[in-house]
Structures are given as C-alpha cells and as structure tokens.
Design a protein around this ligand. Structure first.
Ligand code: ACO
Length: 330
C-alpha cells in the first residue's frame, strides 16, 4: 500500500479531533468536506460561524459534520486565558492581553490542544510559517526530552530503488535556520523516530555536509561531525553516519569508497541537512528537478501535532496533512 493510503487508513481508525484554524478559507472548507466524507478525522473549524456557513452554502460545500468555534465569543476564552497567563507568567502576560491574543485563531487553536479540547492543528494556507509556529511553540511546546521543533519532508519517488521503497526523509526543511551541533543531533534522532512512526522505515541516517569523514576542514564540517557523535550518544542503537557528502550517503559505490564499513553510507534513507538553507533548497530541487512528490513539512518534536501548510497548497495537500496530523496525534 502507498504511504499516503497507509496514513489515511490509520487516521480513519484514530478519529482524532483536528482544528483547522483558517475556517473561512475556501480550500480549507473544500478539504473539510472530503475529510468528513472519507471519515479521516473530526474537524473543528475556527472562525465566525455565519461567515463560514455562508461561504460553504455559496460554494455548495457540505461541512455539516464539522464543529465550528468562534474564537471571539467562545465560552472557553476565560479558562484558556488563565492557562496562557500561567504558561507565560515569566514573560509578564496579563489576562486582558491573553484575551486579545485569543481573538487570533492561530493562538486559539494551540490553546484548544493545550486544554485537551483538540488533538492537533493545521494552518498556513493564508498565514506565514512564523505566524503559525510561534503560538504553537509558545503554548503547545516541545515533547518531553526534546528542545527543538523541526520539520521533515517525505520525498516520494516513482523509482522504488531510491531510499526505502522510493521514500527518502529530509530534515530540517522548515524551522531551525542554523541549528548548533546539539540541536542538529536532536533533529537527527527525532527525524529517525518520525521516519519509523509515519513511514514504517528502519532509519539509516546520513548527516550531510560538503565533506566526508574529514575530507575538508572547516567549522561547518566539525559541527556535523560533532552532531553525529552526540546523536550516537542520544540513541546508541541508531544507524547513523557523518559527516557525509550527498553522493557518499546515496551511492553505494561512492559510500564504499569514502566511508568503508559504514551501515549507512550508500544506503541512507534519512538525510539530515546541516541547516535550513541547504534543506529547504534541497527538497525543492529534488521536487522540481527529479519530480519527487514532497509530503510535508511534517513538524516534529512538538508536544502535540501542529502542522504548517504552504500558501500555495492544494485541497488535497490539506486533506493529506490532516491525515498525517491525526496519525501524529496517536
Ligand atoms: N523549537 C522549539 N522552540 C522554539 C523553536 C524551535 N525550533 N524556535 C523558537 N522556539 C521558541 C522560542 O524559544 C520562543 O519561546 P519563548 O517565547 O517561550 O521564549 C518562541 O518559540 C518564539 O521564538 P522566537 O525566536 O522569539 O520567535 P521567532 O518568530 O523569531 O522564531 C520561528 C521562531 C518562527 C520558528 C523562526 O525560527 C522561523 O521563522 N523559522 C523559519 C521558518 C521558515 O520560514 N521556514 C521556511 C518556510 S517552510 C517551507 O518552505 C516548507
């Protein structure tokens, strides 16, 4: 079964409550109809109910199975404001400030998760990555033992000899502009877990650089080599190697030559890039030039799943992301 079908089947079994914070956005409403019809999740739309229902009626979209919550008037505003103040008491947040912040669905959504009223949230069809992520980072926070939220892409290739049955996992393509060596190590360990949990892949993690095993000498190379060592200490069972150039990671011939005896070189299925620039450009290159399907960014490391859409997303991208988010909420 293809990866997305597997994910949808799991989402269907789980029936998680997913908040779509951009409830007045047309693609979001079209996706809601499909999600409800396919029973992939329970959907909570945020926004003014009259406006949301008006758009749905005008466009002939059936969203009758969705719950609609208005962040401006909902009865949970007061208790959510109290939780917010408790979380950010060190930053001096007051109740009136929290109540104003809750007018924003991008804050209200994470607070629903924090209060146990929802299992996951998705936004980003009309908001920037930073605006979606900031309140989630501030209120949902990271899962125990993780300090860094990061984002992976599942790159799906028609050629099934690539990676693991045509799947490569790339990280961090979405969040941390310039991770230090400890953060990079954490990203590697977390990405391996995500690869296992979502795609059922036994991870072989390549820590990418412009150098293989000391072939170049630079602080950027040292960072990746040190991160590899730290990741090994964090998860001694993890199959990980670095620093590796991309060809050493993916080509058996080059891997054998440049990192002999490695369990990963030439056979990597998880690629951890040294920073956001390389990762973000890298996944787009592979998507545009190699024609791979890019599923993501799937955010990882958060205490509960919050995912960010691209502003150019399609209706089916939203449907897929709801299924992925539901799976992460397990
Ligand atoms: N993991 C965990 N917590 C984090 C992380 C992280 N990766 N980054 C920031 N935080 C926390 C901070 O500690 C801070 O907490 P606090 O308010 O309790 O002190 C809070 O989140 C806000 O952080 P700031 O650094 O103040 O906020 P800022 O908005 O500057 O940065 C952000 C956070 C938005 C994630 C930023 O790093 C960013 O913009 N990253 C790039 C996102 C992006 O543009 N990606 C590319 C597009 S996506 C794509 O193409 C697929």
């Amino acid at each position: 079964m293809e990866l997305l079908e597997q994910i949808k089947e799991k989402a269907h079994q789980l029936q998680k409550r997913i908040v779509l914070a951009e409830g007045t956005e047309l693609r979001t409403l079209k996706a809601t109809e499909i999600i409800l019809r396919e029973k992939l999740a329970k959907i909570i739309l945020l926004g003014n109910p009259q406006i949301i229902k008006g758009i749905a009626n005008e466009e002939g979209i059936d969203i009758s199975g969705a719950e609609i919550i208005d962040p401006m008037t909902d009865a949970k505003r007061a208790p959510y404001a109290e939780i917010m103040v408790e979380i950010r008491k060190g930053k001096g947040l007051t109740i009136p400030e929290a109540l104003v912040a809750l007018n924003n669905p991008l804050v209200f959504g994470p607070m629903m998760i924090k209060a146990g009223d929802a299992d996951g949230e998705i936004a980003g069809a009309i908001n920037s990555t930073g605006d979606v992520l900031r309140p989630a980072l501030q209120y949902v926070k990271t899962m125990p033992g993780v300090s860094v939220v990061s984002g992976v892409f599942f790159m799906l290739f028609n050629n099934k000899t690539v990676g693991d049955n045509g799947i490569l996992v790339f990280a961090d393509c979405a969040v941390m502009p310039n991770p230090d060596e400890r953060q990079l190590a954490e990203i590697a360990v977390t990405t391996a877990k995500t690869a296992r949990a979502i795609a059922n892949i036994e991870p072989r993690v390549a820590m990418l650089s412009f150098s293989t095993k000391g072939s170049a000498n630079h602080e950027m190379v040292t960072k990746v080599a040190n991160a590899t060592q730290i990741a090994r200490e964090m998860d001694p069972d993890l199959m990980i190697d670095g620093e590796l150039q991309l060809d050493a990671a993916l080509s058996e011939e080059v891997g054998l030559l440049k990192s002999p005896g490695s369990k990963v070189a030439g056979r990597a299925n998880v690629l951890v890039f040294p920073g956001l620039e390389a990762a973000n450009i890298g996944y787009k290159l592979v998507q545009r030039l190699a024609g791979a399907e890019a599923i993501g960014p799937v955010l990882q490391g958060m205490a509960a799943p919050v995912n960010d859409l691209s502003r150019g997303c399609s209706v089916s991208d939203i449907v897929n992301m709801v299924a992925i988010t539901a799976t992460q909420a397990e």
